[in-house]
Ligand binder design. Structure first.
Ligand code: ATP
Ligand code: MG
Length: 393
């Protein structure tokens, strides 16, 4: 029945002169989403409207499910379109549309016509009453209600004529690629994939870095992170995932520093390395899944100690959320089941029994001095292990 989709976008409509940049980013993401679907599609942008037109058979649910992953879309309207062959043919098409899409009896409706092509013989008002009359003649059970109709039937006259009346909610947000790029510190846990999702939702393209520590962390743990990156990429487009071998650094910290400060010092080195890679790859910020108080390394003093080593902005979109709320979101975006697989992550191997919750930055700096002899060389070596995987659906 439906042969196209009209894409509605709210927030990006208000961006003045920058609007076309946002629309271009949105079109790009829409193309990426429909490319995954069975069938051929044409994505077009005209006069503040984006249409996805099917050029072949397609699976309606597959296409709408994929469009629901595109940030920037506020609504997806399934559309029937036809060639302009006169008002009589249009009337027939509209009656057929109402029969198929709105067979329920005794509904109220309103026709909302828009004439984007001014050479059409009827203006919008005339079209509204003409088409309203045709519908009423064919469907005496319906009533017109111009103020609060149950069915708002839109008819747009362009090159072709488009008919629609239903809107499937989109995810909202801004199209990925319209807001710069940031580096996500992606572990195998519940939080960081959600953090990446939230920042991407604001239009930011995402790269990711994962620190693994073989043989203390397994290949399966790494594969889990790749899988999580892939799930996040449904929303963000392809992700460049940097896998860094962190084992030597971790062992060295373990050997030289007090064990209750291990986690914090490790996290400081992760941030330093992530910032380095971010700088080299054009990222403008780091993203972590931290949330205040969730674990010892996420108290305010701990976060301050971790933050101190970065000059780049660090975005922590989950900072004020409860675990329950984060879990809910991870279920919604489809990462939860993977996140809870029981493979160890590199922090669980080296955690102290009693990690500090109020680290003293002076002391931490002092203990990091114990690392002076080899740490630069180990960091450089870790950067050389950088394995870049391009992860996408
Ligand atoms: P998550 O569920 O995201 O793993 P968490 O509650 O386990 O978070 P921590 O282990 O303290 O928290 O890590 C805090 C943040 O540091 C993570 O959200 C992630 O952004 C980053 N991080 C931790 N471990 C790694 C790792 N091995 N590789 C990359 N980033 C990491
Ligand atoms: Mg973790």
């Amino acid at each position: 029945m439906f042969t196209a989709f009209l894409i509605k976008y709210a927030e990006i409509g208000v961006k003045g002169k920058n609007r076309y940049l946002f629309e271009e980013a949105l079109v790009k993401q829409i193309k990426y989403a429909v490319k995954r679907c069975e069938g051929e599609f044409k994505v077009t942008r005209t006069q503040g409207r984006i249409y996805v037109e099917a050029q072949s058979d397609f699976d309606f649910d597959e296409v709408t499910d994929n469009l629901k992953t595109v940030f920037g879309i506020s609504g997806i309207c399934p559309v029937v379109y036809l060639e302009d062959e006169g008002i009589e043919k249009l009337g027939e098409a509209i009656v057929a549309y109402m029969e198929k899409v709105h067979p329920e009896q005794n509904q109220s409706f309103k026709v909302h016509a828009r004439r984007a092509r001014k050479n059409y013989p009827l203006n919008s008002m005339e079209l509204n009453s003409e088409l309203g009359g045709i519908i009423l003649a064919a469907r005496p059970d319906l009533q017109v209600d111009v103020h609060n109709p149950a069915i708002l039937l839109s008819v747009e006259i362009r090159e072709k004529i488009y008919i629609y009346s239903k809107t499937i909610p989109g995810p909202g947000g801004m199209p990925v690629g319209s807001g710069g790029k940031a580096m996500l510190l992606l572990s195998g846990g519940i939080d960081s994939p959600v953090a990446g999702y939230m920042i991407a939702k604001r239009g930011v393209k995402i790269d990711a870095v994962y620190f693994h520590a073989p043989p203390y962390t397994s290949e399966r743990a790494k594969q889990k992170v790749v899988d999580l990156a892939r799930q996040v990429s449904y929303y963000t487009g392809p992700i460049y995932l940097h896998v860094i071998n962190f084992t030597e650094i971790q062992l060295y910290i373990y050997e030289k520093c007090p064990h209750e400060e291990l986690t914090i010092i490790m996290r400081r080195y992760m941030m330093r390395i992530a910032e380095h890679i971010a700088g080299e790859t054009g990222c403008l910020g780091l993203i972590t899944g931290e949330s205040i108080g969730q674990v010892a390394s996420q108290t305010l003093p701990s976060l301050a100690a971790t933050n101190e080593v970065c000059t780049m902005a660090v975005y922590r979109p989950l900072i004020g959320m409860d675990k329950m709320e984060i879990v809910e979101l991870s279920e919604k975006i489809g990462t939860y089941e993977t996140s809870i697989l029981p493979y160890e992550d590199c922090c669980t191997i080296f955690v102290a029994k009693h990690p500090v919750t109020k680290p003293n930055v002076e002391r931490i700096r002092k203990h990091e001095k114990n690392l002076e002899e080899r740490i630069d060389e180990l960091v450089a070596e870790a950067l050389r292990t950088d394995e870049v995987l391009v992860v996408h659906r």
